[in-house]
Design a protein around this ligand. Structure first.
Ligand code: SF4
Ligand code: SF4
Ligand code: SF4
Length: 347
C-alpha cells in the first residue's frame, strides 16, 4: 500500500491543496491520473483554454473542444442533478465558466478530481446542494402495481424501460443508470430505487464503458425524439393547412358565384356603353320597330302608302340612300325599312 503522500497525483497541485480525500486508495488515485491523462493529455498542468487570438486556436480546430473533453469525463447518467438537462449542457457550462466543476453527484469526488486535473484547478468538495455521492441504485418496477401509463418510459433518458400503453413496464437493469428520473412521474408510486453496488460509490460503482454506453443511448434517444417532434410538427402543420383550405373553400365558391352573376352585366356594360356601333344599331332597331308598328296601324286605318313602285327621282334617291345605310348596318328587312315619315332622316 502506498503512503497517503505517495498516492497523490504527481503534479502536486492536489497535494498542495490537501483536498483529495485521504481515504482514497492508490488504485483510485492512479485511475484518476490515467483517465485524466487519456482524456485531456494535460494532467500535469492543464493547457490554457484557447483564446481567439492565441496560437492555440489552430490546435482547437483540429482537436476536441474543452466542452467535449469535459463531457468525456462525466459519468453520463443524464440525471440532471447538476442543474442541467444532461451531461453535455453541464460540460458546456463548465467550459464557459458558468458552472462549477463540483456539481455532479454521480461522478462524486473522483469525478471532481478528474475535472480538476483537466482544468488545472484544485480538487474541491462536492456541492451537496446537488445531491450526495452514493452507491449506484437501480430502478425496479413493481409490476403488479404498474398501470402501464408509459410516463416512466417518457422520463427515462437512456431508454432503459420497456413496455407499452396499458401494459406492465419493466426496467432493463443493464441499461439503467440509476438517475431517479422515472420515479417522480409514476402516478402509482410503483418504482423503487434499489442500491446495487454495495459500498461502492461514484466512479468506483460505474465504469467508463458504462458511461460510454449510456451516452450513446442518450444521443440516439435525443435524435429519435427530435425526429418524432419534427414529424409531429409536420402533421400539425398539415392539419392546420387542411382546416384553413376547408374554411377557404366556401368563401371561394361564393366569390366565384358572385363573379359569375356579375359577368353578364360587366360584359354587357362595355357593349352598350363603349361600342358606338352597337349603340347605333340598337337605336335603329328601336326605330324600325316603331316604324313597323306605325305601318300596321296606318294599314288598319286604310292610310298606308299607296304607291311605292313608281316614285319620283328625288324620293327614289332617298330610298336608295336609306337602303345603302341599311346595307352598311346589316339591316336588310325591307318590310321594316324606315321611311322618312318614320322620323328616320336620310343620311
Ligand atoms: S451525471 Fe448527472 S449530475 Fe453528472 S453531469 Fe451528468 S446529468 Fe449532470
Ligand atoms: S430506469 Fe429510471 S433510474 Fe433507470 S435510467 Fe431509466 S429513468 Fe433512470
Ligand atoms: S409510470 Fe409507473 S405506472 Fe406508469 S408505466 Fe411506469 S411504472 Fe407503470
Amino acid at each position: 500500500m502506498l503512503s497517503k503522500r505517495s498516492a497523490r497525483p504527481e503534479c502536486g497541485s492536489c497535494a498542495e491543496t490537501g483536498s483529495v480525500p485521504s481515504s482514497w486508495t492508490p488504485k483510485r488515485f492512479h485511475r484518476v491520473q490515467r483517465v485524466a491523462r487519456d482524456h485531456s493529455k494535460a494532467f500535469a498542468h492543464a493547457a490554457p483554454v484557447p483564446q481567439a487570438s492565441s496560437q492555440f486556436l489552430v490546435t482547437a480546430t483540429v482537436s476536441k473542444t474543452l466542452a467535449e473533453r469535459i463531457e468525456d469525463l462525466l459519468p453520463q447518467t443524464q440525471c440532471t442533478k447538476c442543474g442541467y438537462p444532461a451531461c453535455r449542457p453541464y460540460a458546456e457550462a463548465i467550459a464557459a465558466g458558468e458552472a462549477n466543476y463540483n456539481q455532479c453527484p454521480p461522478g462524486g469526488a473522483e469525478g471532481i478530481a478528474r475535472l480538476a486535473a483537466l482544468l488545472g484547478k484544485p480538487v474541491i468538495p462536492l456541492d451537496v446542494t446537488h445531491g450526495e455521492e452514493r452507491p449506484r441504485p437501480l430502478a425496479v418496477i413493481d409490476e403488479n402495481v404498474c398501470i402501464g401509463c408509459t410516463l416512466c418510459m417518457q422520463a427515462c433518458p437512456v431508454d432503459a424501460i420497456v413496455g407499452a400503453a396499458k401494459q406492465m413496464h419493466t426496467v432493463i437493469a443493464e441499461l439503467c443508470t440509476g438517475c431517479d428520473l422515472c420515479v417522480p412521474p409514476c402516478p402509482v408510486d410503483c418504482i423503487a430505487m434499489v442500491p446495487a453496488t454495495g459500498e461502492r460509490t461514484g466512479w468506483d460503482a460505474w465504469s467508463q464503458e458504462d458511461a460510454d454506453a449510456a451516452r450513446a443511448r442518450h444521443d440516439r434517444r435525443t435524435v429519435r425524439l427530435e425526429r418524432e417532434r419534427a414529424a409531429a410538427e409536420a402533421r400539425a402543420s398539415a392539419r392546420q393547412a387542411s382546416r384553413a383550405a376547408q374554411a377557404q373553400e366556401p368563401q371561394e365558391a361564393q366569390k366565384a358565384q358572385t363573379a359569375e352573376a356579375m359577368q353578364p352585366a360587366t360584359q354587357a356594360a362595355p357593349a352598350a356603353a363603349d361600342d358606338p356601333e352597337a349603340k347605333k344599331r340598337a337605336i335603329i332597331q328601336a326605330a324600325l320597330e316603331r316604324a313597323r308598328k306605325k305601318k300596321e296601324e296606318m294599314a288598319k286605318l286604310g292610310a298606308g302608302p299607296k304607291n311605292t313602285a313608281h316614285v319620283s327621282a328625288a324620293v327614289q334617291a332617298q330610298i336608295d340612300a336609306a337602303e345603302e345605310r341599311r346595307r352598311r348596318l346589316g339591316l336588310n328587312d325591307d318590310d321594316n325599312a324606315p321611311r322618312s315619315d318614320d322620323g328616320d332622316k336620310p343620311a
